[in-house]
Design a protein around this ligand. Structure first.
Ligand code: GLC
Length: 565
């Protein structure tokens, strides 16, 4: 089938917009059991199909319960459906917003087929744009919201095809010039080439060897594991994850990120441009975006790995790493008013185990803006921590994933939401959501970005507003019981997205302008909106992308006493 044909079929397939009425999904209640102490002698996962959330997930979802009640926001309680929430009222009288149908149509138009099977969605379907670059490829990270939308709509096949196809690509030998990449690396993107004469389809993949700046995507492998769990959780079909090739795929990714070397931190050392922010933006080191995804994928791997001999070895290593990583992140990446004040008063040049200022951060390096930005109520995980360097910027994806994976404690999760509320103008403004805050300007921009004209202040990765981030925010809101925030954000997006042609990003301090070089009909902007709508409509979908609290994890210790444990 050539591309024209495949598009025709897709368009035909969207009559009625393919919006299925899926009221409930299987959920695997046992899958997220995260009792570290019992893990090694736990029997094989026992799968149970249930309607919607099981009681435990509902009660654990309600970490915002107390404040939710105080603040008139929606809450969840065991044994009931969602009470007094917009979702419940809408559930009985569900009338999709007019742009929902348009979004489904656009999403289906972006489908990519390999030998007649849908295997992904292209990054952008923007015919008006003069340069295609690689926006006609299936990006692993970009496909995640598409996959979630299809899963939520009861269409898991495309997700399964995608997972298997990318797994085959992982097995390729990957080289940049003469240098071979780790076996487990997953591609940033791939493209299906259709030969209409020979009637053959072939795939070309990019592991960083063609990417601008030659950056390898650290996030792709993590997203692959997270998506495999979402698929398994949503369908109840464990057979895919149990396939030997899938188990091997997980292990290859784990082997790469659990390997021991010179590191003194449990966080993962990364090059600049290794994630959604795939150009030089000063995120080299230990970026929060990657650390949060790393943590989440470790937990997902734990749920997916078989408990055979080899599996158990991995499980043991993962459990150890999770302990160290959560301790490190919760202690050293966390910033709130108190912590900021403590850092401001840090002594420097402390030698020995008793040091409070372990990384020798010089208080003078704290940027001015952060003193005004930090509210009395709220906090967040900062962008990066390494010797004498704290990147105080706020990053959306990392903080939302920290909530969804429970890297953030329940208190930290509420504080992150408090901060978003308190700093609404700065972080949401007129279009959810800023990718990071604040923008880098002038001399700092020259040094940090290498004078990147795409990443000028308040544009693109440098403080631009990305509609795709709406689904992360919505999921975090549901998890913390802050539905009202999600509704406000979705209303903002709805008022602009269709009218503006589903841009990739917006520019400006409040995200008012369609981005300078933003693609139109950017697939993840479209899918992200649909996922947000469906999750709000039926919050039980959240279980696909959210993990439950690990009751066994030790509470974080005070900085000054940490050296003893
Ligand atoms: C840009 C973005 C990247 C995205 C890709 C495809 O390179 O920076 O995050 O995956 O476009 O949309």
């Amino acid at each position: 089938m050539d591309r024209q044909d495949s598009i025709k079929v897709n368009v035909d397939g969207v009559r009625g917009f393919g919006l299925r009425n899926v009221s409930s999904h299987a959920s695997i209640s046992e899958m997220d059991d995260f009792d570290l102490s019992k893990l090694l002698d736990k029997p094989r996962l026992n799968i149970e199909r249930k309607r919607s959330f099981d009681e435990r997930s509902l009660s654990e979802l309600s970490i915002g319960l107390t404040r939710g009640l105080e603040n008139y926001e929606s809450t969840y309680s065991p044994g009931r459906s969602v009470l007094d929430t917009p979702a419940s009222s809408a559930r009985n009288s569900f009338e999709p917003h007019p742009i929902v149908a348009d979004a489904w149509e656009a999403l289906r138009r972006s489908l990519v087929h390999f030998r007649d099977q849908p295997v992904g969605t292209i990054a952008a379907y923007d015919h008006a744009s003069e340069e295609v670059l690689n926006y006609d490829q299936v990006f692993v990270r970009d496909f995640v919201p598409s996959a979630l939308a299809f899963l939520m709509n009861g269409e898991p096949d495309i997700v399964k095809n995608f997972l298997l196809k990318t797994l085959q690509l992982q097995a390729w030998e990957k080289k940049i010039d003469r240098f071979k990449l780790g076996e487990g690396v997953m591609p940033a993107s791939f493209k299906v080439l259709h030969d209409p004469v020979r009637k053959t389809d072939t795939i070309v993949a990019d592991f960083g060897e063609s990417a601008i700046g030659r950056v390898a995507p650290v996030d792709s492998g993590f997203w692959w594991i997270i998506l495999l769990r979402a698929y398994t959780k949503s369908t109840g079909d464990l057979s895919l994850a149990e396939k030997p090739e899938c188990q091997k795929g997980i292990k290859l990714i784990m082997t790469m990120c659990l390997s021991e070397g010179f590191d003194t931190f449990p966080t993962l050392l990364c090059a600049d441009g290794c994630s959604m922010i795939d150009r030089r933006m000063g995120i080299y080191g230990y970026p929060i975006e990657i650390q949060a995804l790393f943590f989440m994928s470790l937990r997902c791997a734990l749920a997916l790995l078989k408990h055979d001999e080899e599996g158990n070895e991995f499980i043991e290593r993962i459990v150890k790493r999770l302990h160290a990583l959560s301790y490190h992140m919760r202690s050293y990446f966390w910033l709130d008013f108190q912590q900021l004040n403590d850092i401001y008063r840090y002594k420097t040049e402390e030698y020995s185990h008793t040091a409070v200022n372990k990384f020798n951060v010089i208080p003078d390096s704290i940027p001015e803006w952060v003193f005004d930005f930090m509210p009395m109520r709220g906090g967040y995980f900062i962008g990066n921590v390494s010797p004498a360097r704290m990147d105080f910027r706020w990053f959306a994806l990392g903080n939302c994933i920290a909530i969804l994976s429970c890297l953030a404690t329940p208190e930290q999760a509420s504080a992150i939401m408090d901060l978003i509320e308190e700093r609404w103008e700065e972080l949401v403004g007129e279009m959810p959501l800023k990718i990071c805050y604040p923008a880098i300007e002038s001399h700092e921009w020259r040094i940090v970005t290498g004078c990147d004209p795409k990443n000028t202040r308040w544009s693109y990765h440098n403080g631009g507003s990305w509609p795709v981030l709406l689904w992360f925010l919505t999921a975090a809101c549901i998890k913390t019981g802050r539905i009202q925030i999600a509704r406000r954000a979705i209303d903002l997006a709805e008022s602009r997205l269709l009218k503006d042609g589903w841009p990739e990003y917006y520019d400006g301090t409040s995200g008012r302008y369609v981005g300078k070089q933003a693609r139109k009909y950017q697939t993840w902007s479209i899918a992200g909106y649909l996922v947000s709508k469906m999750m709000l409509e039926d919050p039980s979908h959240l279980g696909m992308i959210s993990l439950e609290v690990d009751k066994q994890m030790k509470p974080v210790m005070k900085r000054s006493s940490s050296w003893t444990c």
